[in-house]
Design a protein around this ligand. Sequence first.
Ligand code: KIV
Length: 277
Amino acid sequence: MAKRSGGSSRPETTEQVRMTVPRFVAAKSRGQKLTVLTAYDHLWAGLLDAAGIDAVLVGDSLGMVVQGKATTLPVTLDEIIYHAEMVVRAVRRALVIVDMPFMSFHVSAEEALRNAGTIIKRTGADAVKLEGGVSQAETIRKLASADIPVMAHVGLKPQSVLRLGGYKIQRDENRLLDDARAAEEAGAFGIVLECIPARIAERITGELRIPTIGIGAGPECDGQVLVTQDMLGLTDGFRPKFVKPFASLREVALGAVRAYISEVQGGSFPDSAHSHE
Ligand code: KIV
């Protein structure tokens, strides 16, 4: 297995076939559903990879999930690179896709290319993702023509939260279709469909040759993505309808931390089994 050419080379593996962009795209014609989850650090990325996930997304959701900010807008290029480096060091098999932060690709296609190139060179990731369809077609084309694999993201675009006035389901079918077609035509290798009616996602999925990865876009997409901390039941507060908690890790973690506090305070930890002679 070839070593990565990026700034932080990934561990080698001989046990499993590494996911590549062509394999990711080919999954669609084989009818194989693609699985994607977010990770922002080494520990969680390694866990997702060990479980057999197809792709790890270093999402700009890190602004909210990790940094505790109200939106994804403040995330910087240096921050996403810092997190992507940790993720790439842990992943042996999955594709690693890195989000381009707000304002890292809006000023011009040239600046977007420079920033996407910096992400790939410094992290060793496989691909970048950016929010936009028609409005970013020129930029997607520029990146693709420089051989930087780019995933588009249409529907609800969290980086548009100020203009939208909130995180709202997007229902304009013609606009969604135009965005998806423009992204594919410009050379995107895949496309995230966020918070759109399942019927429209099914139509887009049927029309496009590239895989659609849904989040709140119903079951007919070619794959699904969720924020890991949400699907593990680690996050609290508002939970969107499309998030299914596959575990209740927040409860498990709270229970363990409370048990630790109680045992330390009560003097039962550490006992002789956890002490040196
Ligand atoms: O930033 C992110 O995590 C994302 C996914 C949820 C699609 O863009």
